[in-house]
Ligand binder design. Structure first.
Ligand code: ADP
Ligand code: MG
Length: 231
C-alpha cells in the first residue's frame, strides 16, 4: 500500500500555546480517515499544517512519492459569502485547477476535460451551466467537491462538509464521498462532528483531545476506551 501522508511526532502552537502535541499517524492510498474531536481540539490547525498553511514546531510531515501539498483537493468549511458566489457551476469547478499551475487566466482543454469528469463523477454534469448561488446546499457541496477533485486524483481533504445540510442532503453527500473513495480509489481525509456516521464510513479515525489522541482503524476505535465512550 502506497503511503500518501505520514506525520511523525508533529507539534504546533500559537504564540507559545500548544495545540498539537507529538501527533503520529499516516494516510495510505485508498484510506478514508475521519478526524474528530471537540471544538478547539486542533482539527483545523492540523488541516492547515497538512496543507502547508501553518508551520509545525517539530516533527515531520512526509508526503508520498509524487504528491505535493498543492495536489491535495481541499474543500474548506463553507462561508455565507461562498453561498452567494455569482458564477456558473462550470466556472466554480474549473477554478479548482488554478491551484496546480499558478496564475494564468485561461484554461487548457485538459483542464476542461478534467472538470467535466469531476462533474460526472459527482452527478452534477447537467447542472453545468446553472448559477451556483441558485443551487440547494447539497448541490453546492457537490460542486465544491467536484472543484476539489479537479486539483487531485489522489487525496481530498474536507472540513466539516455536511455541517449546514439537512439529514437527507447529509446522507447523500456521505454516500458520494464513500463512492469517490471506493469506486475511484481517492483517499479521503474528513473533519466531522458526526462521530457515529464518520466511523461507519471511514477506514481510520483520528480523535484529537486537549490531552492525548487516538489513531487507528475504525474497528480499533470502536473497541478503544475513547471510542466506546463516544459511540
Ligand atoms: N490563528 C490562531 N491564533 C491563535 N489561536 C488560534 C488560532 N487558530 C486557532 N487557535 C486556537 O487553537 C486551538 C485549536 O483551534 P482549531 O484548530 O481551530 O480547533 P478545532 O478546529 O478542532 O475547533 C483553539 O484553542 C483555538 O482558539
Ligand atoms: Mg475547526
Amino acid at each position: 500500500m502506497n503511503n500518501l501522508i505520514s506525520c511523525k511526532d508533529i507539534s504546533a502552537s500559537y504564540d507559545g500555546m500548544n495545540v498539537l502535541n507529538n501527533l503520529t499517524f499516516s494516510v495510505n492510498e485508498g484510506d478514508y480517515l475521519c478526524i474528530v474531536g471537540e471544538n478547539g481540539s486542533g482539527k483545523s490547525t492540523l488541516v492547515k499544517c497538512l496543507l502547508g498553511i501553518k508551520k509545525i514546531d517539530s516533527g515531520n510531515i512526509i508526503m508520498g512519492e509524487g504528491l505535493s501539498q498543492t495536489d491535495i483537493g481541499y474543500l474548506p468549511q463553507q462561508t455565507q459569502l461562498q453561498k452567494g458566489f455569482p458564477a456558473t457551476v462550470k466556472e466554480v469547478v474549473l477554478s479548482g485547477c488554478l491551484n496546480s499551475r499558478g496564475y494564468y487566466p485561461f484554461y487548457t482543454s485538459k483542464e476542461k476535460k478534467s472538470a467535466d469528469e469531476s462533474m460526472q463523477k459527482l452527478g452534477i454534469f447537467d447542472l453545468k451551466l446553472r448559477s451556483y448561488r441558485e443551487l440547494s446546499g447539497g448541490q453546492q457541496q457537490r460542486v465544491l467537491l467536484a472543484r476539489a477533485l479537479c486539483a487531485t486524483k489522489k487525496l481530498i481533504l474536507l472540513d466539516e462538509p455536511v455541517t449546514a445540510l439537512d439529514p437527507l442532503a447529509s446522507a447523500e453527500l456521505y454516500s458520494v464521498i464513500s463512492e469517490l473513495n471506493q469506486k475511484y480509489k481517492i483517499a479521503v481525509i474528513m473533519i466531522s462532528h458526526d462521530i457515529q456516521n464518520s466511523v461507519e464510513n471511514a477506514s481510520h479515525v483520528l480523535h484529537l483531545k486537549k490531552t492525548g489522541y487516538f489513531f487507528g482503524t475504525s474497528n480499533e476505535y470502536l473497541k478503544s476506551e475513547i471510542g466506546s465512550r463516544f459511540i
